[in-house]
Design a protein around this ligand. Structure first.
Ligand code: NI
Length: 197
C-alpha cells in the first residue's frame, strides 16, 4: 500500500503539548474542559473536576478514552444509578423524546442540528426533583406515541439523509436508533439498575 501525499506528510508532523500550558489556558478561559486538539479522527481535551466533583457529561456516541493525570477518579460505565431519583429520570426521558424526535425531523429537513446542553439537563433535574408519577407516565405515553408516528411517516429517502449531530455525521435512521431509541434505552437501564431489576 502506498501512502498518499497528505497522509505521508502528516506522519512527519508532530504536535506537542505541555500539561502546565494547557491547564493555564483552561484556567484563563474559565472552563472545566479545554479541547486542545481536533482532527478528523479524534479530539483531545483536558478536563479538571474539583475533589468530589461529578462529571456532568452525557454519554457520547464516539469511542472515548479517559486518562487520569492527577488525583483519583472513578469511572462507571453501562447501566447504572444516575444519582437522580428514578421519577426524575423518567420525567427527563418523557420530555426528551420530543426533543430527540425534533432532531430527527431537523435532519430530514436538511437543517442544522443544535447541540444539547448539560445546563438544560441540570435545570430540568432541579425543577423536577419529585415529578408526579401519573403525569410522567401520561407524558411518556403521549410523547413516545407521537415520536413513533413521526418515525413511521419517514420514507427510505428521509431515513438515509445525513446530518452533523453530537453523534457525528450520521443518517436519520441512525439518529432514530441511537438517539431516540438508544438514549431512552440507556436511561431505562439506569432506572432498572437503581431499582435492582
Ligand atoms: Ni438523557
Amino acid at each position: 500500500m502506498t501512502l498518499r501525499g497528505s497522509t505521508r506528510e502528516s506522519l512527519h508532523t508532530m504536535n506537542a503539548f505541555e500539561l502546565s500550558d494547557l491547564d493555564r489556558q483552561r484556567l484563563q478561559g474559565g472552563k472545566l474542559y479545554l479541547e486542545f486538539l481536533r482532527v478528523p479522527a479524534l479530539s483531545l481535551g483536558l478536563y479538571v473536576l474539583p475533589a468530589g466533583g461529578v462529571d456532568a457529561q452525557q454519554p457520547h456516541g464516539e469511542d472515548e478514552v479517559y486518562y487520569v493525570v492527577s488525583g483519583r477518579a472513578t469511572i462507571r460505565v453501562g447501566d447504572e444509578d444516575e444519582n437522580r431519583p428514578v421519577g426524575t429520570v423518567a420525567h427527563h426521558v418523557a420530555v426528551a423524546i420530543p426533543r430527540m424526535a425534533g432532531m430527527v425531523r431537523t435532519m430530514v429537513a436538511g437543517q442544522e442540528v443544535q447541540r444539547p446542553s448539560s445546563e438544560r439537563n441540570a435545570a430540568h433535574a432541579q425543577a423536577n426533583p419529585d415529578p408526579d408519577q401519573a403525569e410522567t407516565v401520561a407524558l411518556l405515553r403521549r410523547n413516545a406515541g407521537e415520536a413513533a408516528q413521526m418515525v413511521r411517516g419517514l420514507s427510505e429517502a428521509d431515513l438515509s439523509r445525513t446530518g452533523r449531530t453530537m453523534l457525528g455525521e450520521i443518517s436519520a435512521a441512525d439518529a432514530v436508533a441511537r438517539a431516540l431509541v438508544g438514549h431512552v434505552t440507556w436511561h431505562e437501564g439506569s432506572i432498572r439498575a437503581t431499582l435492582g431489576h
